[in-house]
Design a protein around this ligand. Structure first.
Ligand SMILES: NC(=O)c1ccc[n+]([C@@H]2O[C@H](COP(=O)([O-])OP(=O)(O)OC[C@H]3O[C@@H](n4cnc5c(N)ncnc54)[C@H](OP(=O)(O)O)[C@@H]3O)[C@@H](O)[C@H]2O)c1
Length: 324
């Protein structure tokens, strides 16, 4: 690919602070961080609609919204997300709702004159046995992890839709694939949350109760990558300003920690003084999952928030916002 279809420098970069930007999913972990970032940068004309005001699965409502509001830029951070249990229980919802949201928003954005759109996916788009660290080129090279394939297939379709509209219409749609995220507005649900917020909640509750120990499943040896959501938001704005290529772009921290290192750091940040006990009779997940973010680094972007600082910030938000 060459020329405008796969041009690494975007012709429609965000430069005007009064540009009208629709951030879809602005109440979520990712969308709320993108709104904070854009506001901090001085953008004054954000268009925001909660799920209750605008259900993005409804094509007519989405088209009416675009007819009236005519946004110039769109960042698509609305999605139906969930863990393994939710994916297994509601496979139809995970594939249908996500396909509907992204098809409606991407197509309406093109047809109603949006200059540039960024679609957010996730690292689950990659094959279960992709090489580590996972490069963008690993997409569609092998079978997916079966536990979240419904969600992953929808996200892959979103990437392909952006590519197809770029090829057919020369329209500036790009995709970013974040690694595991954490930060303010994360989900701290006791049974239904990712490893980092789950550990934070458990250590906090153990501290409050004066418990002597916290038992964590597995050996603690799997390696994982985490990115603070404010770094992701910074990366998203960077891509909106600087990237106009056909291929999706990984957005990771490039730093791996073992689950054991993570748990010890969370314990320290929370201030739990009891013992951390590993139950190695319980299963570990995949031994290693790291994205290769060298493409984004090559474009000139790197994350800024250390895991320790990010955890301190997240715990502060947890204390102020999650019902104790
Ligand atoms: N969290 C992560 O670690 C992570 C990692 C990689 C990629 N991502 C990607 O980032 C994107 C956002 O994820 P997130 O973690 O921010 O999820 P989230 O916190 O659940 O936020 C998703 C947002 O989408 C909205 N939404 C869902 N269905 C909608 C509908 N039909 N109409 C309008 N709005 C709807 C939700 O509103 P309601 O809550 O009101 O339904 C919510 O505000 C996803 O594409 C996800 O794949 C996330």
């Amino acid at each position: 690919m060459s020329g405008a279809i796969d041009d690494a420098t975007s012709p429609s970069a965000l430069s005007d602070k009064s540009a009208k930007i629709f951030v879809a999913g602005h109440r979520g972990l990712v969308g709320s961080a993108i709104v904070r970032k854009l506001q901090a940068l001085g953008f004054t004309n954000l268009v925001l609609r909660g799920h209750a005001e605008l259900d993005l699965t409804r094509q007519n409502d989405v088209e009416s919204f675009f007819t009236v509001e005519k946004p110039q830029f769109v960042i698509l951070a609305a999605a139906k997300v969930g863990g393994i249990h939710a994916n297994n229980t509601y496979p139809a919802d995970f594939i249908a709702v996500n396909l509907q949201i992204q098809t409606n928003v991407i197509d309406a954005s093109y047809r109603f004159g949006v200059k540039k759109l960024l679609f957010l996916g996730s690292s689950c788009i990659y094959p279960k046995f992709a090489p580590q660290p996972i490069p963008e080129s690993a997409l569609l090279t092998g079978p997916l992890e079966p536990t979240n394939e419904w969600y992953a297939i929808a996200k892959i379709a979103g990437i392909k839709m952006c590519q197809a509209y770029r090829i057919q219409y020369n329209w500036d749609a790009i995709s970013g694939m974040p690694t595991n995220l954490y930060g303010p507005h994360d989900n701290f649900h006791p049974e239904n949350s990712h490893v980092l917020p789950a550990l934070m909640r458990r250590f906090h509750e153990a501290k409050v109760k004066g418990a002597k120990e916290v038992v964590v499943w597995g050996s603690g040896s799997p390696l994982r990558e985490f990115l603070h959501v404010d770094d992701l938001a910074d990366g998203v704005v960077f891509l909106m300003e600087n990237y106009g290529g056909l291929e999706h772009v990984n957005v990771g921290s490039g730093k791996e920690v073992t689950i054991k290192e993570l748990a010890e750091l969370v314990k320290e940040v929370v201030g739990f003084e009891g013992e951390l006990v590993w139950d190695s009779s319980k299963p570990d997940g995949t031994p290693r999952k790291l994205m290769d973010s060298s493409k984004l680094a090559g474009l000139g972007w790197t994350p800024k928030i250390s895991l320790k600082d990010g955890l301190v910030d997240t715990y502060k938000w947890y204390l102020e916002n999650v019902k104790q």
